[in-house]
Design a protein around this ligand. Structure first.
Ligand code: ADP
Ligand code: 5GP
Length: 217
């Protein structure tokens, strides 16, 4: 029993890519799940957008200038990058072997363009699309967040509809109606992926248990 729970809390070098229309609740959801599960790391993206109130350098994003962003593109330092709603966003290259040996899984909160590029490079990545319960609910959340003008909210909503059309090529869809339910679903999904045999170097939990008991497998 103890071995099982320790195993659940250890990452396998998995990559979870989460996309959603802005305002759906990605940030809220990811933060909640990271408080509940060990062995998860958030991939801190680079962006040219200015920080919002409360956002911290190196925690929410690495906030850099357009020149510094261009330099990173030229030096091929990004796994993927894209222009989203007028700003540039990019994910630094990922060292899967290092993640595996550290026992962590990585969560990428990136848009649909970036997810498509990352999917081509990371064939085992698990793609999750978070949907709002309705466009009206999304509008309410964007208004409730209090970050945008009404004009900007309409721009985000138009963009949201295009994003949702991309959801069909994701592996999983979670509807964020009640946050507690969405948290449970994402948590369950991560734990399930951690049980996948091929993600455990070809060894099942039973194989690793036998190894721990000193039995050859
Ligand atoms: P995103 O990161 O997708 O842009 P946020 O996590 O910033 O979205 O959430 C947008 C707003 O919606 C925030 O004010 C947040 O508290 C709220 N929110 C998130 N999930 C829910 C939910 N299930 N029900 C109601 N409000 C929510
Ligand atoms: P926000 O500015 O609201 O934090 O994010 C705007 C959008 O940019 C969201 O859809 C978010 O998922 C996306 N985003 C954040 N980081 C990255 C990244 O590194 N790459 C890509 N392609 N999109 C990103």
């Amino acid at each position: 029993m103890e071995i099982q729970s320790q195993e659940d809390q250890r990452g396998r070098g998995l990559i979870f890519i989460i996309s959603a229309p802005s305002g759906t609740g990605k940030t809220t959801l990811v933060k909640r799940v990271m408080e509940l599960l060990h062995g998860l790391r958030f991939s801190v993206s680079y962006t040219t957008r200015p920080p919002r109130t409360g956002e911290q350098e190196g925690v929410d994003y690495h906030f850099i200038s357009p020149d510094a962003f261009r330099e990173m593109i030229e030096k091929e330092q990004f796994l993927e990058w894209a222009e989203v709603l007028g700003h540039c966003y990019g994910t630094a290259r990922v060292d899967i072997e290092a993640l595996k040996s550290e026992g962590v899984d990585l969560i990428l909160d990136i848009d649909t363009q970036g997810a498509k590029k990352a999917k081509e490079k990371l064939d085992h990545a698990v793609l999750i699309f978070l949907l709002p319960p309705s466009i009206d609910a999304l509008e309410e959340r964007l208004k409730g967040r209090g970050l945008d003008s009404l004009e900007r909210i309409q721009f985000r909503l138009a963009h949201a509809k295009r994003d949702i059309e991309e959801s069909h090529w994701y592996h999983h869809i979670i509807v964020n109606e009640r946050i507690e339910e969405a948290v449970e679903k994402l948590k369950a999904l991560i734990l399930t992926e951690r049980c996948r045999k091929e993600m455990n170097h070809g060894k099942s939990d039973s194989g690793r248990l036998l190894e721990k008991c000193g039995k050859p497998v």
